[in-house]
Design a protein around this ligand. Structure first.
Ligand code: AMP
Length: 305
């Protein structure tokens, strides 16, 4: 892609080095970050540009991997200092995860700058990153057709007011069950979603891990199970892979309708099911679009009642 290339989807989020321990394996210093997973996934469907920051220690091979996967890097800053690092441990059932450490490093002084070629982009995904930075990105975009925001418990605890400002300005809020309860104080997910719909977004996407997802719009509810995977090696980034695939497929459709949203949820689910079969981007980097389409077809057959 040339320096001035426009993209259909812009993704801002973390780009980091993760250390992850599951009951069966441990991987040190592997490529991670919400934007890494989301961009890799979206790239199967549309032209995607990454906005974020890495330090001088960030291995060149990771940048080369993004490029091989079709991710435009005009919005990726590399600055003196260390790259964002995160480490976490999964419990036996893999649904419970504990954060061991979060080192913001170069994210501490980061101010996202949206390249001119990205500002007209119709689709924007604000992946997990501080709400303050998400707001700065929103301020620089011209008039996106559809914006989704993702977040996590850390920001709900530390930056609730800023997060609510972001939520008021987006079309869709993606969050998991515990975050929905934490944000609203409501135990019922439907009531939590209803409350959040009052704050601005048109849709709430509830991610339920291995139990799939639930889309709640003002006049629609859509339920999607997860694709059954034999061996989940590492669920890290599943939500970002899902959301990236969702936004990529929606951007490829070019319009936001009930049908395009549902189809995008199907694709997001399928790409996420590949992603969890390996650590980091190990499975996604060897994935072909034809495999995605084939699994989407198999999945639709499974869903037919
Ligand atoms: P997920 O499993 O969808 O929560 O995404 C995991 C990814 O999020 C990991 O690759 C981490 O590098 C990244 N991550 C963890 N904590 C944070 C944070 N506070 N802000 C941004 N990204 C984070």
């Amino acid at each position: 892609m040339s320096e001035s290339a426009a993209v259909k989807l812009v993704v801002v989020g973390s780009i980091g080095i993760d250390t992850i321990e599951t009951p069966w394996a441990k991987r040190k210093s592997i490529l991670g970050g919400s934007a890494s997973y989301a961009c890799a996934s979206a790239g199967f469907f549309t032209s995607v540009g990454m906005v974020g920051v890495v330090g001088t220690d960030f291995p060149e091979e990771h940048k080369a991997l993004y490029q091989r996967m079709g991710v435009d890097l005009q919005g990726l800053q590399q600055v003196p200092g260390e790259t964002f690092r995160w480490s976490g441990v999964y419990e036996e059932d893999m649904n419970q995860r504990r954060t061991i450490s979060t080192e913001l490093n170069v994210f501490k002084n980061f101010s996202p700058e949206i390249p001119a070629a990205y500002r007209e982009s119709p689709f924007l995904f604000l992946a997990n990153i501080s709400p303050e930075l998400q707001l700065r990105v929103l301020d620089q975009m011209r008039k996106p057709l559809f914006v989704t925001v993702d977040t996590m418990d850390l920001w709900i605890n530390m930056a609730r007011d800023k997060l609510m400002e972001v939520i008021a300005r987006v079309d869709m809020l993606a969050l998991n069950e515990s975050e929905a309860r934490q944000l609203t104080g409501k135990q019922s997910l439907l009531k939590a979603a209803q409350q959040l719909l009052q704050k601005g977004p048109r849709m709430i996407l509830l991610k339920k891990g291995e139990h799939g997802s639930l889309l709640i719009a003002r006049d629609d509810i859509f339920v999607m199970p997860a694709y059954p995977v034999f061996d989940v090696l590492d669920p890290t980034g599943a939500g970002d892979t899902f959301a990236g695939g969702f936004m990529g497929a929606l951007a490829a459709a070019g319009q936001v309708t009930k049908e395009s949203i549902r189809r995008a949820i199907l694709y997001g689910t399928v790409v996420a099911s590949f992603g969890v079969e390996a650590f980091s981007l190990d499975r996604l980097q060897h994935l072909a679009r034809a495999e995605i389409d084939a699994r989407a077809q198999t999945f639709q057959n499974m869903l037919r009642a």
